[in-house]
Design a protein around this ligand. Structure first.
Ligand code: GDP
Length: 296
């Protein structure tokens, strides 16, 4: 689809072989291409700026080795820096708290919260033998609670019985209570999303957090989110306080730059990635793979 960074840098830098060290001008020329590649991969502009700043520091004056081409060398510096910024791999969902452990799923409408809630429930049930209770707190979309109930049936995980007329906060309270009484190890709260971030949404999330004391608050975000990724992650983190990220639709064509944007602005780990509509389309996050994908 796009020219890879390696190809772009090859034509700019490879004449330098054997010339000693990368100069300021060589690096600037290379960084123009790096910037373009990152923007095409949907990394947010402010993250691209801070990222290229770091790469500049490492690349200027770096000795050009005889054995590798300068273009490859810059790609390696960029790749290593991407992996470092993307952070540790395989950070598991933290269940180390008294039962029932509450996991609160937050994010915009359509990001994949409900699907991901059921995928996580299935995974923790099957792999760690956890007794899970799921509850949909989306009272605005009539079909939302029913959607979670059906997914619960599909993955053989209990869902909180639907009671008409309750507020999201009422449902959150009831879910925690029901989990205590039912001896559940954990509760997954699937909160309502909206098409964009607004004040009422943030207030609702804060209220739900207050009554349910979640141990994990996972921001579910579509990996195809572009420049909005930074605002989205910042808002949820500042207003609600997230503990981790789940990037969905990593099975699509996107280059996944949102992963870097969100990780960079929140510093929170990417815990899982969604890789399909099916219930087993959930995988651990591997920073190297995402770095490769961003660089093409
Ligand atoms: P919510 O509004 O945030 O609860 O989003 P849903 O869970 O209802 O998901 C919206 C749509 O995205 C559904 O059609 C899901 O099947 C789909 N979806 C969710 N996660 C993934 C994923 O990782 N890959 C793909 N291809 N589709 C996904």
């Amino acid at each position: 689809m796009f020219e890879s960074l390696q190809e772009r840098l090859g034509s700019i830098l490879n004449g330098l072989t054997g010339r000693g060290a990368l100069s300021e001008a060589d690096v600037s020329a290379a960084l123009r291409e790096v910037r373009r590649a990152l923007l095409e991969a949907d990394v947010a502009l402010e993250v691209v700026r801070s990222f290229t700043g770091k790469v500049r520091e490492k690349a200027v004056g770096a000795a050009v080795l005889k054995s590798i081409k300068p273009g490859q060398m810059v790609v390696k510096i960029v790749h290593d820096e991407l992996v470092e910024m993307l952070g540790a791999e395989g950070v598991a969902i933290d269940l180390n708290a008294p039962a029932p452990v509450v996991i609160m799923m937050v994010g915009l409408q359509g990001s994949g919260k409900t699907t991901t809630s059921a995928k996580i429930a299935k995974r923790l049930n099957e792999r760690q033998n956890k007794k899970v209770l799921m509850a949909s707190l989306d009272t605005r979309r009539p079909a939302a609670q029913e959607q979670l109930r059906q997914l619960g049936e599909q993955v053989k995980v209990a869902t909180l019985p639907i009671v008409e007329g309750q507020t999201p906060v009422d449902i959150a309270r009831r879910a925690v209570q029901a989990a205590k009484l039912g001896g559940h190890d954990l509760v997954i709260l699937d909160t309502a999303g909206r098409t964009h971030i607004d004040e009422p949404l943030m207030v609702e999330m804060a209220d739900i957090k207050k009554v349910s004391s979640p141990h994990e608050i996972l921001l579910v975000a579509d990996s195809l989110t572009g420049q909005d990724a930074v605002n989205l992650a910042k808002s949820f983190d500042e207003r609600v306080g997230i503990t981790g990220l789940v990037l969905t639709r990593m099975d699509g064509d996107g280059r996944g730059g949102a992963a870097l944007s969100m990780r960079a602005v929140t510093g929170k780990p990417i815990k899982l990635i969604g890789t399909g509509e099916k219930m087993d389309g959930l995988e651990e996050f591997h920073p190297k793979r995402i770095a490769d994908r961003i660089l093409g």
